[in-house]
Design a protein. Sequence first.
Length: 146
Amino acid sequence: MRLSSMADYAVVTMSAAARHCGHARVSAQQLADETGLPAPTVQKLVSKLSAAGLLKSVRGAGGGLKLARPAAAITLADIVEAVEGPIALTPCSEHGRHDCTLEAACSIRPHWPAVDAALRGALAGISLTQLSRPAAFAAPVAEVMA
């Protein structure tokens, strides 16, 4: 499994926004400059992340973007789902999808929800606070998964 570029960029953008937490608000252009992502990409992500309730836009003097809730309360799962939709490894595990040619005889389909839940749980166990730390201060994977 691999994240899409947009999901990856959303994580990078949210991490940059989190580093401004508690300081002045930040603009989409500043996030683009800090991350090296194209400004139109960041603007598109800001729109999706705002719609998902992860970023908040404040207008007027001193306006800009800020996290909609504390970084510790935003998870990797939240960010991925804001861009990709619900976490589902296979199309048949998405609610209402019935386009698999094997569906009638598939013995694995009933198990995909448990797999999806495990993956979502793993991603939900990683907070934006953790993702925003410099690599030298990041917890080893074994500690995160424990």
